[in-house]
Design a protein around this ligand. Structure first.
Ligand code: NAD
Length: 307
């Protein structure tokens, strides 16, 4: 616990709210802000933080500013302008961008604010809403060692592993590549369930088999029964955000001239799901797009009972 460090926290969505809650629970003095003022007030009251009406106010109340926003473009917007966070940060402050951002944008933000004596690291996370609640996120950290050292007590209140990935922007590249692997595992698993169901296999039973076999992945373990076969489609991670992450991963492939045919197809299918299903969907709803292509809806026994 570090009761002395004051933290400004911007972005109180599915992830930001439970992450900010971990910080107040750990004894940090936190000022929170979200573009949605009602949300700011509700979260501040619920977790014992101060409500800040602008990004500048949130930043001015902290030695460290944490951002947990949809994209690098939004991070840039939040920093700029008269009521932007940069206007509130003192020289020597540190920005910890925990959003899943874009490596080049992150590098250029860091360069720009570095000229004003403000440091930055990228520290995106994996583990979803459930692990955000328990403070067990996997955190990737890119940037100068001294800046990561300074952020570490704050990061450790939100995650149980902090892996240093290299210079600024490297953690954002790593995060996008993690989500590429996760997105591919989801799609191939759903395809296998659709094929199996049409063959006569029970999808829930298939998930049981995959989970004790080499086909197991995070989606088979934590998503298929819970959010797809149950038809709940409410894992808490947006389809729009997944498509954004895949765009970042493909951008890294292009920038490094790495042939990535599977990644390209994977992104096209996720983007197709986004187009057909519309905005604001949970990412697990992408299974409905695969069902649509197959002309088959996954059925069976979502609770896992064999039947
Ligand atoms: P979300 O859409 O639930 O929340 C985003 C929040 O940012 C919202 O409350 C929104 O009002 C706020 N916001 C948007 N524009 C703003 C602005 N200009 N100023 C202030 N606030 C603004 O998103 P999330 O699921 O919490 O994800 C946040 C980031 O974390 C994204 O980059 C996402 O890719 C990443 N991420 C999400 C998950 C997950 O499981 N949800 C897991 C790992 C990483």
């Amino acid at each position: 616990m570090d009761g002395k460090t004051r933290i400004g926290f911007i972005g109180l969505g599915a992830m930001g709210e439970p992450m900010a809650a971990r910080l107040t629970a750990a004894g940090f003095a936190v000022a929170v802000h979200d573009a949605d003022g009602d949300r700011t007030a509700r979260v501040a009251a619920a977790i014992g933080a101060r409500a800040a009406t602008t990004p500048r106010d949130a930043a001015a109340m902290g030695d460290i500013l944490v951002t947990m926003l949809p994209s690098s473009a939004v991070v840039e917007r939040v920093l700029e302008g008269g009521s932007g966070a940069l206007a509130g940060l003192a020289e020597g402050a540190l920005i910890v961008d925990m959003s899943s951002g874009e490596p080049n944008a992150t590098r250029s933000i860091a360069e720009r604010i570095g000229e004003k004596g403000i440091a930055m690291i990228d520290a995106p996370v994996s583990g979803g809403v459930s692990r955000a609640r328990t403070g067990e996120l996997a955190i990737m950290a890119g940037g100068e060692a001294a800046a990561i050292d300074r952020a570490e007590p704050v990061l450790k209140a939100m995650g149980n592993s902090v892996i240093r990935t290299g210079p600024i922007g490297s953690a954002h590249a790593m995060k996008a590549l993690n989500n590429l692997v996760s997105a591919g595992g989801f799609l191939i698993g759903i395809e296998a369930l659709l094929i199996g169901q049409r063959f006569g296999l029970d999808p829930a039973l298939m998930v049981d088999v995959l989970n004790v076999s080499t086909g197991m992945n995070n989606s088979t373990q934590k998503k298929f029964k819970q959010f797809v076969l149950s038809r709940k489609f409410d894992a808490g991670f947006g389809l729009d955000l997944m498509v954004k992450d895949l765009g970042i991963a493909l951008g890294v492939a292009t920038a490094t001239a790495t042939p990535a045919p599977f990644a390209g197809l994977c992104k096209d299918i996720w983007a197709g799901a986004q187009k057909v299903l519309g905005p604001g969907q949970d990412h697990t709803a992408a299974a409905k797009f695969s069902e649509l292509i197959a002309g088959t809806t996954l059925g069976g026994s979502p609770d896992g009972s064999k039947g």
